[in-house]
Design a binder for this molecule. Structure first.
Ligand SMILES: Cc1cc2nc3c(=O)[nH]c(=O)nc-3n(C[C@H](O)[C@H](O)[C@H](O)COP(=O)(O)OP(=O)(O)OC[C@H]3O[C@@H](n4cnc5c(N)ncnc54)[C@H](O)[C@@H]3O)c2cc1C
Length: 239
């Protein structure tokens, strides 16, 4: 099946745009500040890191694979988030291939895909190995399987892997994202469980979160707020 008009997102450019947006609105970005304590007293959250104590009316828990850990610090019930390791590699494209005109190729029988990426090819088996929240690294065996798979399933020779990495995609049992205020913990909003779509969904989910935070009417058609609420039924059953 060929789908025309598919485009790629410049993820680094998108992130830089978000960072600029925060700074333009006088927001502060503090990195290297792992939160280890969250206390809610007199309607104020006290957030402790090694270097600082921050105070805020509302917490947005957008801690990715660590969202359940942050929820636990706040005293919330876990949502049953499972981080899954996913591997990617960059390989040289075969000579004579017009990369600018090449499509992204998804394989219908698996989550695997190959796509042009800055003059080379990026490939992923779309693997999903359950793990714990961590700065995950690619496993040699996963890379070897991926290279073998490319060579057997396509005509692309894998001569050199110029880069490999792994990251986490986080799932809850029903595989929908989790966006909304916690049912029991006041002023605590979840924004988690975006699986392999957190970049693509970021503008829409952030807009929804902003509408919820500012108690505005939700003005995006097609959003079933109950289906992605942290209060929905069966959210925390094991995957
Ligand atoms: C190989 C691979 C390919 C992918 N491809 C796509 C794709 O094509 N399209 C797409 O849309 N998505 C894709 N994804 C998924 C996407 O990357 C994720 O959905 C997205 O990054 C999740 O964003 P997040 O902000 O929720 O989590 P993260 O980006 O993980 O951010 C969470 C942040 O919270 C911080 N944090 C955690 N604990 C603490 C603490 N105690 N104190 C302070 N900070 C803390 C972490 O340091 C981190 O910076 C892919 C993922 C992988 C691994």
């Amino acid at each position: 099946m060929y789908e025309a008009n598919v485009t790629d997102i410049d993820v680094a450019g998108l992130h830089q745009g978000y960072l600029k947006g925060i700074r333009r609105r006088s927001g502060t970005i503090a990195t290297g500040e792992a939160v280890f304590s969250l206390l809610h007293q007199k309607r104020v959250w006290e957030v402790k890191t090694k270097h600082q104590i921050y105070r805020a009316k509302t917490i947005v828990n957008a801690a990715g694979a660590w969202a359940d850990e942050i929820g636990t610090l706040a005293g919330a019930q876990r949502i049953g988030l499972v981080p899954m390791r996913c591997t990617g590699i960059i390989i040289d494209a075969p000579g004579g291939l017009d990369l600018a005109a090449s499509p992204a190729v998804d394989f219908a029988t698996s989550g695997a895909y190959i796509k042009p990426d800055a003059g080379k090819l990026m490939a992923s088996p779309g693997d999903a190995t359950p793990t714990t929240p961590q700065d995950v690294r690619p496993e040699e065996l996963d890379i070897a399987h991926l290279a073998h798979w490319i060579e057997t399933e396509t005509l692309i020779p894998v001569r050199r892997i110029s880069h490999s990495w792994a990251g986490l995609r986080s799932f809850v049992a029903d595989e929908a994202p989790v966006v909304g205020f916690d049912r029991h913990i006041p002023d605590f909003l979840w924004l988690a469980a975006q699986r392999g779509y957190g970049i693509m969904m970021a503008p829409a989910l952030a807009k929804l979160a902003a509408d919820l935070l500012l108690k505005r009417a939700i003005d995006q058609a097609g959003f079933d707020v109950d289906a992605i609420s942290p209060a929905r039924h069966g959210i925390s059953k094991p995957l």
